[in-house]
Design a protein around this ligand. Structure first.
Ligand SMILES: [Zn+2]
Ligand SMILES: [Zn+2]
Length: 264
């Protein structure tokens, strides 16, 4: 069989519910979707563009990420990948991190990123043009990170450290449009961060025009996201205005930052 040079993949953010995006990747014929909490927007996109759904990637078990799986599998026969140790619609290929999944001719690496849930995984495609792709579910958001429902602050800090070590140009495909509220918090933490102020203005303009703020880019997140910056002097100084007796322990700092955001 002759394999032709792979054409660039198209990445779409399909809005669902009040603030979810269902990320859909296609090559003009075949498609994969990430965390389809609702089947309807995916079906509509497949029909409109004449695409066949080949596969589904799941990051964690929450219903707004998995609710459409059964209907999509029944109607398309798509193969499903998901975290090893979470309750998911069956059948599912179970992944715990370190494996790879072939998606439309590209290898995606599976990353174990517990914190939001105990078994949360992410998918990283290094070879996708024009820039690497990260599907990180509810672990990393633009300007923020997921709530710690099942994991510990130490686990989440470690998960975010590993995501933060990915290449600068990585496109960060988060599941929720939480950016503006995350940036309000980020600005309370780092009022003097000029990149953050400029990015907040940029995102406000995007939302006013009805556009998604996502995907974000990893090098930008390292400049503006307090949860990737919890070791910087400026984030620690901001946090000390709330928690005067804060110690220098990395995990304690991260936990205090997450706590502050919870009640912000
Ligand atoms: Zn979730
Ligand atoms: Zn979610």
């Amino acid at each position: 069989m002759t394999v032709t040079a792979s054409s660039p993949l198209t990445l779409l953010a399909l809005p669902a519910f009040s603030d979810n995006y269902l990320w859909l990747l296609h090559d003009g014929r075949h498609a994969w979707v990430v965390d389809p909490g609702d089947a309807a927007p995916v079906r509509a996109c497949l029909d409109e563009q004449g695409l066949t759904l080949q596969g589904i990637l799941l990051t964690h078990h929450h219903a707004d990420h998995t609710g459409g799986v059964q209907e999509l599998v029944q109607s398309t026969g798509a193969v499903v990948y998901g975290p090893a140790y979470e309750t998911l619609p069956e059948p599912v290929h179970r992944l715990s991190g370190g494996e790879t999944v072939e998606v439309l001719g590209h290898t995606f690496e599976v990353l174990d990123v517990p914190g939001h849930t105990a078994g949360h995984i992410a998918y990283f495609g290094a070879s996708v043009a024009p820039a690497p792709l990260l599907f990180c579910g509810d672990t990393l958001f633009s300007g923020g990170c997921g709530r710690l429902f099942e994991g510990t602050p130490a686990q989440m800090l470690d998960s975010l450290d590993r995501l933060s070590a990915l290449p600068d140009t990585t496109r960060v495909c988060c599941t929720h449009e939480y950016t503006l509220s995350n940036l309000r918090f980020a600005r309370a933490v780092e009022p003097d961060n000029a990149e953050l102020a400029a990015y907040a203005q940029h995102c406000e303009a995007l939302r006013a025009a009805g556009q998604p703020t996502l995907p974000s880019q990893l090098d930008l997140e390292r400049q503006i996201n307090p949860f990737l910056r919890s070791r910087t002097a400026s984030v620690r100084a901001g946090l000390k205005t709330q928690v005067p007796d804060l110690t220098d322990d990395d995990v304690a700092v991260f936990a205090a930052l997450r706590e502050w955001k919870n009640r912000f």
